[in-house]
Design a protein around this ligand. Sequence first.
Ligand code: BTN
Length: 245
Amino acid sequence: MNIIKLNAIDSTNSYLKELTVENTVQNYTVVVAEQQTAGRGQMGTIWESEHGKNLTFSILTRVNNLKIVDQFYLSMAISLGVLQALKVVTQAKLSVKWPNDILAENDKLSGILIENVLSGNNIKHSFVGIGLNVNQQEFSKNLLNVTSLKNISGIHFDREELLLKIVNSIKFYISYLERNDFNELKKMYLAFLYKIETPAMFEDKEGVVFLGKILTVSEDGKLVIELENGTTRKFNLKEIKFASR
Ligand code: BTN
């Protein structure tokens, strides 16, 4: 495995993106940093992580013939890869909060930011950025509902070993994409989906809070929710969140 270790960088996703301008970068090249000065999260958020305690890394993935319309299957494969690797080392009950946060109970362990480079109808390659709270035990007061592997298991992890386990697990789930076994990936993803089939309060983009139940995820990655009146609605990332408890 080609691993590039950096002490400090703005963002491992940005670094990998610059590196990949040259087409010679190997599939599954990993960039890992002890510290990011401008770690990026989904929807323009910032990823905070204590220096030297956690894992912040990005993987270059190239999947042959992966269509843009199938991009959510890559997200499923990555989430499952991270979740399964963490499940094995912690023995904890973990879930994926749509689209791809890894949770222990109600608390976030890991966040994933996938940036795709497109070519025609296909995804040429992707920068898969993963932030994982490993040995950090205290979090800033503004960060609600976050935890770490150490907090949930009491184990102090060797981060390098863990990184290899996660990348290998991601490779395993990407092999489903390579075999076009999309149905199996979706089945596994739904089996770990946070609050699936459970009544929960949601908030839409207008700030309206409503009761609903997650039924599934559509082919294009939208969250499908059954409303109280029995109708279903689909939401994309910017349109819905769980209402704060
Ligand atoms: C999220 O939950 O909002 C996604 C967080 C993704 C953070 C990781 S850390 C490594 C990689 N580099 C970045 O700048 N972001 C991702």
